[in-house]
Design a protein around this ligand. Structure first.
Ligand code: RUB
Length: 332
């Protein structure tokens, strides 16, 4: 765990740690946990002056912000809650921050339900859906389709290196959906059986490109070649306002041990625990990008709680919801 900033309560540090280590993961779940953590900070803050309270809240937001860089739902959640911090006394600041965080969490849940209804309209009775990673927004579409009596089958990509496909498969089996789990490399072969590719998003850029779990872009290109439509289920909290002013989305690079353990590395470069030469420079590089970018032209529809959009038109919604202001209130 990183050194704590003054005034940040341990529960916030624990949440930050859980996000960094992916105990808490997935863009919507991260946003929800971050808002809950700010409410906890407000509730437990020992600040004795309004200025100290505000300072500690900003420090808590910074601690959470620095955990994972790609999912924009995290800064969007922090910005939303901090903007609601209002009052002249510590008590008022506390109450307004907690109320704002609770409102955020309620809206998040409602948005996912609404989005699920819209996405479900694209699914027909008997359809086969191919998934990548684990997205609660994508699953919400299947959930509503099932509730309305449609039979859905799923082809679930395992999703190396963390195998979040297993979480998707478990959820779908709980709902009684017939599931076929495949390794990522089998996706193109199985696209012949799929009626839709259905994925979530960590961020959506102003040009309609979709940033999601690494492997999404290859899947989308293959799906286009096979004529299988690609649907992205993403609440508007996934829209990345900075991209309206030319910023790019940072792709998180994670620990190489998620790809290759120390033991596996040793089998490639030789040596063992007691071989000092392996540790230093063994000439083997392992890259582990967690996300990739799918250009808008490979995406058929972005489904949000505000309706379904062709990716190229998403910037209109982005401007409407976020304006041009993308300040970072936690840096003050
Ligand atoms: C998760 C991932 C998910 C999006 C959307 O990556 O790429 O598709 O976050 O999820 P990781 P949701 O496992 O690295 O966090 O729809 O639940 O917000």
């Amino acid at each position: 765990m990183a050194d704590a900033e003054p005034g940040v309560v341990p529960a916030v540090e624990a949440t930050a740690d859980d996000i960094a280590t992916m105990e808490i993961r997935g863009a919507a779940t991260i946003a929800d946990a971050a808002a809950a953590a700010l409410a906890t900070q407000a509730d437990r803050s020992g600040a004795e002056s309004p200025a100290a309270f505000r300072r500690h809240l900003r420090a808590a937001a910074r601690t959470l912000y620095e955990t994972r860089p790609t999912a924009v739902s995290l800064p969007n959640a922090l910005r939303y809650v901090l903007r609601g911090m209002d009052g002249e006394t510590v008590a008022d600041l506390r109450a307004s921050t907690i109320a704002r965080a609770e409102a955020f969490r309620r809206d998040l849940e409602r948005a996912q339900e609404t989005l699920g209804g819209i996405g479900a309209n694209r699914l027909r009775d008997g359809d086969v859906v191919m998934t990548h990673c684990h997205s609660t927004d994508a699953l919400a579409c299947i959930d509503v389709a099932l509730e309305s009596g449609k039979a859905i089958e799923a082809i679930v990509k395992e999703t190396r290196p963390r195998k979040q496909g297993h979480i998707t498969a478990r959820q779908l089996r709980e709902w009684g959906v017939p599931v076929t789990v495949i390794v990522d490399n089998a996706a193109r072969r199985y696209l012949d059986r799929a009626d839709h590719v259905l994925v979530g998003a960590d961020s959506i850029a102003a040009d309609g490109s979709v940033i999601n779990k690494v492997g999404t872009s290859g899947l989308a290109v293959n799906a286009r070649e096979r004529g299988v439509p690609v649907m992205v289920a993403a609440q508007t909290i996934k829209l990345h306002p900075d991209t309206m002013t030319g910023h790019t989305v940072e792709i998180e690079l994670r620990d190489e041990r998620e790809v290759l353990s120390d033991e596996e590395r040793a089998t490639i470069v030789g040596g063992g625990d007691d071989d000092e030469s392996v540790a230093a420079d063994d000439g083997l590089t392992v890259d582990n990008p967690a996300f990739d970018v799918t250009p808008a032209r490979y995406v058929d529809a972005i489904v949000t709680e505000r309706g379904q959009f062709p990716p190229e038109s998403i910037v209109t919604l982005m401007r409407e919801l976020f304006g041009e202001t993308t300040d970072e209130p936690w840096t003050a």
